[in-house]
Write a new protein. Structure first.
Length: 624
């Protein structure tokens, strides 16, 4: 509780120094941005001109999910399953998109790839993200290696952090407190806390922004054991962003982030005093130079990861460094041809017995054609140049055709794309089972679908996808990393509906069927559905009810050596959530109540580990 009192005092000090400014203008901008998508082409294009399946999580939706993690929010979107997001804070998160594995999902923050080179999976740890500092999220489903390179095989999760306010000075403070309990132990003790405070503004050509956030929870054991001892989780994050507009055509910003989280965890489904500490330090620069019908973009970032683990088997540490820059030119010809020509550079470093690294230099080109008779085409190619395995080419062809209607459109879309996943440093040079001769994993994805749109009243889309995985990574009988010759085939259907029959009511629903052949499809549900009903009682009062269904899955149990591993079936489950908010002072002070798993369903997400039962949280969001 001391943490919360400290934050409350900080908020009071911030409040005294800030002028009471509102951002009605900003809310208008958010509404305008909802009709365009960016990530699939790097241009702001109307959704009807996009041939990809892009999901947008707006700033408004993030506000209505205050207190929830980024992983919990993304997990409600079609085609995404984030294992661990329904369990104890601090559980290891695995991001599965369209029946793929975590290594096939790329996370980018403010346009730059992020990953920890010292980890085996090389997945970006979503526990490092603070929702309080996220402006919006775009999720591109399907292959996107042409624009974004390695790992962009099943999805790209593009995170945009909060922009600096256009006012001279503006601030925000938010706080959430809630329960943290299982379905069997409904004690209703306050055991989960999250806070965020920020100040930002613009002084002539100079802009600044500073954001602090923290999250703390206890009350749950990581593993289901007779002792059920509590395993704590804490996270602290600081973000600084400075910008300068040299002219109307040239601007630059620099930013820095430091995030630390600590988590207690159990192993082998048994109580254990294990501790994990992870630190992330990130600095970067972004600049844009506009000229005529084009612009030159430069994004670069350096990230340092430190992981320290203390367990019953001893202590260990790992260090990873990642440097990325992306330099590209955007140009528009005759308002029909949108071109991107660029080069992407990556250097990953890690410390095992020895310090190891590899570099990637990828030139790439992308072209979007928007005709005046309904045809749209998004196509591109990338030449992957890797310091270890040499060259590899990926490409995409993504046509769509729009049939305009009086009040909307019908869009047919299709795509054929290849993507690649680079072997990581552990697989190439690690202390156990390394193989420097590994080739990249190759994925080929085919998509086809239709989207029906009527004004802002209805959007209905159905997409079929099929993906083939070749040269995937595995182990031989001696536990050496190899490229497996057996292939994986994944196919499925995604259905999304957004219905707004009136300004005060919205229905959002999605359903995904996924069929994975070639292995046991660990923790990937064949059926998954989400439904959200939202209603605005007035300009100040809002409520929503959410339903989540996750179908049967398979999980693997690893008993103590030398007993062999075996698979177990996990039953399907359904969760119902409720959210209610009210503006005490319009656009300045909002209070909310959030209820999760209202019917207190008992379920298993990962075999042997804890999941959350019925829980409630409440909080407020204050703008200065």
């Amino acid at each position: 509780m001391k943490i919360n009192y400290l934050w409350l005092g900080a908020a009071i000090l911030v409040g005294k120094s800030l002028s009471a400014q509102n951002t009605k203008k900003d809310s208008i901008k958010i509404q305008q941005l909802q009709e365009v998508v960016v990530s699939d082409s790097r241009f702001e294009l109307k959704r009807e001109n996009s041939g990809k399946t892009v999901i947008k999580v707006s700033a408004e939706e993030l506000k209505r999910n205050q207190g929830r993690t980024v992983a919990q929010i993304i997990n409600t979107k079609s085609g995404i399953e984030i294992v661990g997001s329904r369990g104890r804070d601090g559980d290891v998160l695995g991001v599965f998109a369209r029946g793929g594995r975590g290594r096939q999902v790329l996370v980018i923050i403010d346009g730059v790839r992020v990953t920890n080179p010292s980890s085996f999976s090389v997945e970006y740890d979503l526990r490092l993200l603070s929702t309080a500092n996220v402006e919006s999220i775009e999720i591109i489903k399907g292959a996107a290696s042409t624009l974004y390179g390695t790992n962009a095989a099943t999805a790209v999760i593009s995170i945009t952090t909060k922009k600096n306010s256009k006012e001279r000075m503006a601030g925000n403070f938010q706080s959430t407190v809630g329960t943290n309990q299982t379905s069997e132990d409904q004690n209703y003790n306050l055991a989960s806390f999250s806070n965020g405070a920020s100040v930002s503004g613009t002084l002539d050509k100079f802009s600044y922004g500073l954001n602090f956030s923290n999250r703390y929870s206890n009350g749950l054991s990581a593993a289901i054991t007779p002792e059920n001892e509590e395993d704590d989780f804490s996270q602290y994050s600081t973000d600084l962003k400075l910008g300068y507009e040299f002219s109307k055509n040239f601007n630059m910003s620099v930013y820095g982030n430091k995030t630390e989280f600590k988590s207690e965890f159990d192993a082998d489904r048994a109580e254990a005093p294990n501790r994990l500490k992870q630190d992330q330090e990130r600095v970067g620069v972004a600049s844009t130079f506009k000229y005529g019908k084009g612009s030159i973009q430069f994004n670069a970032a350096y990230t340092d990861f430190e992981i320290d683990t203390r367990s019953t088997s001893g202590e260990s540490s790992a260090n990873g460094e990642n440097f990325v820059f992306d330099f590209y030119n955007k140009y528009v010809f005759n308002k029909k041809f949108y071109t991107v020509l660029g080069v992407n550079y990556i250097k990953d470093k890690a410390s095992f017995t020895n310090a190891v690294d590899f570099t990637i230099i990828d030139p790439y080109a992308n072209l979007v054609y928007v005709s005046d008779f309904g045809l749209n085409l998004n196509t591109g190619v990338r030449l992957n140049n890797h310091s270890e395995y040499g060259n590899h080419v990926v490409y995409n062809i993504n046509p769509s055709y729009v049939f305009p209607m009086k009040s909307g459109y019908i869009k047919l879309l299709g795509s054929y794309a290849t993507s690649y996943i680079t072997p990581n440093l552990t697989q190439l040079f690690g202390d156990f089972g390394a193989n420097p001769n590994l080739e990249p994993e190759e994925n080929t994805t085919i998509e086809g679908g239709v989207e029906y749109f009527v004004n802002d009243k209805l959007r209905l889309s159905t997409v079929y996808f099929n993906r083939n995985e070749e040269n995937r990574f595995g182990f031989d009988a001696n536990f050496q990393s190899i490229n497996i010759t057996d292939e994986i085939d994944v196919s499925g259907v995604e259905v999304e509906v957004s219905l707004s029959p009136m300004e005060t009511f919205t229905l959002d629903a999605n359903y995904v069927f996924t069929e994975r052949k070639g292995d046991s499809a660990i923790r990937i549900p064949k059926h998954k559905a989400n439904l959200t009903l939202s209603y605005k009682f007035s300009e100040k009062t809002f409520a929503s009810v959410g339903y989540q269904f996750t179908g049967d899955r398979i999980d693997t149990v690893f008993p103590p050596f030398p007993n062999p591993a075996f698979n177990v079936a996990l039953d399907s489950f359904s969760l119902v959530n409720l959210y209610f908010s009210h503006d005490v002072i319009q656009n300045k002070l909002k209070v909310f109540i959030d209820g999760n798993n209202l019917f207190n369903e008992e379920f298993t997400e990962v075999f042997g580990f804890t999941t959350r039962g019925r829980n409630f949280s409440a909080g407020f969001n204050l703008n200065f």
